[in-house]
Design a protein around this ligand. Structure first.
Ligand code: ASP
Length: 342
């Protein structure tokens, strides 16, 4: 073949291949399909991951066995609920909301029923939810009569032009949206009342424990996070913690990860913990585990608390610097575990 002809053929081939190379470079990363045992023939299961928490703090290893088992059983039930939803293809947003609603109803945890008491002997609840697809989010704080703060947060995200509603305004929004309401005393539990009386006697706000949260990656590759809390025992002056502060206690971004935090809220706000973890992944290329370790162990101090996180690749991080963190993790590869201590 004459050289001129060869050149021509090569040029034509290049012309043909180039657009494909460019498209391949821009194409979003393909989500690896990991079929589960028994599900392979259906051929439709794509990876999903879920992590939950029920608070971090000083949880003595010698708590009565029966109490420990109650916590583990509740975490297991919440994890099963989320696992079943994700396995059947529910969105991460629906899943984290459903899991947090479940935990809000469990009096063991400091969220919804079982929330801690304020200085005045009432309950003020905070919650947030975030969708990693478009960074849309909703947060509510200082609620006094809403049974499921996380669902009101979702309504803020989806049916209001705003992101964050507090106090009387948030209660008025709850009335307009006709969500389920309860008397403030409905949130009372004897255990929280005793903790409040102890804190009153010591004249200090007690370190919180028992906030709940969930983060998930769904089969569509979307991330979401939700957190709900009663805050700190004996809090006053309308104190808010990190939970409803987007980027501090709650954050989700499909580019990086979904995070839900628990611990000493003031510290988590100062360090914008949830967003900091995402930023370390986005700008410094750290993995979720590396980023969470860096923030929880190097920026925060011992006993401040911890985070749960799920990354866009499905990896899960459960990191805390306190004695324990009520937590659970499950994924499409069959992982399913709940734990309190290391
Ligand atoms: N972070 C929450 C707050 O400070 C409490 C907790 O996580 O236990 O309000």
């Amino acid at each position: 073949m004459r050289p001129a002809r060869v050149q021509l053929i090569l040029l034509a081939a290049l012309f043909f291949v180039c657009p494909f190379l460019a498209a391949a470079r821009q194409a979003p990363p393909v989500v690896e399909v990991i079929p589960q045992t028994g599900e392979a023939e259906k051929g439709a299961i794509r990876p999903w991951s879920l992590a939950i928490h029920g608070g971090a703090g000083t949880i003595p290893k010698n708590i009565p066995e029966e109490e420990r088992d109650r916590y583990l059983a509740s975490l297991r039930a919440a994890l099963e609920l989320g696992r079943d939803l994700l396995a059947k293809g529910s969105s991460s947003l629906d899943t984290v909301e459903a899991v947090v609603r479940f935990l809000e109803d469990d009096p063991l945890f400091n969220a919804g029923k079982g929330a801690v008491f304020t200085h005045d002997g009432t309950h003020e609840l905070d919650a947030a939810i975030m969708d990693g697809r478009d960074l849309s989010c909703g947060a509510v704080a200082g609620l006094t009569t809403v049974r499921h703060p996380v669902s009101l947060a979702r309504l803020v995200k989806e049916t209001s032009p705003h992101v964050f509603l507090v106090g009387d305004g948030a209660e008025a929004f709850a009335t307009e949206r006709q969500v389920e309401r309860v008397e403030n005393s409905w949130f009372d539990t004897p255990k929280r009342r005793a903790q409040w009386q102890e804190a009153l006697a010591r004249e200090e706000a007690a370190k919180p424990k028992g906030t709940v949260g969930a983060v998930a990656l769904d089969q569509q590759g979307n991330l979401a996070a939700a957190t709900s809390t009663g805050g700190m025992t004996n809090k006053r002056w309308g104190r808010l913690g990190d939970v409803p502060v987007i980027g501090a206690g709650t954050y989700a971004n499909n580019k990086t990860c979904a995070i839900s935090a628990t611990g000493w809220g003031e510290k988590f706000i100062r360090h914008t913990v949830a967003h900091d973890i995402s930023a370390l992944m986005e700008y410094a290329g750290l993995t979720l585990q590396q980023a969470a370790d860096r923030v929880i162990h190097e920026k925060l101090e011992k006993d401040d608390g911890g985070v749960i996180g799920v990354a866009r690749d499905g990896s899960i991080a459960l990191v805390f610097n306190s004695e324990g963190m009520y937590r659970g993790a499950a994924d499409s590869k069959g992982r399913f575990e709940v734990k309190i201590w290391e």
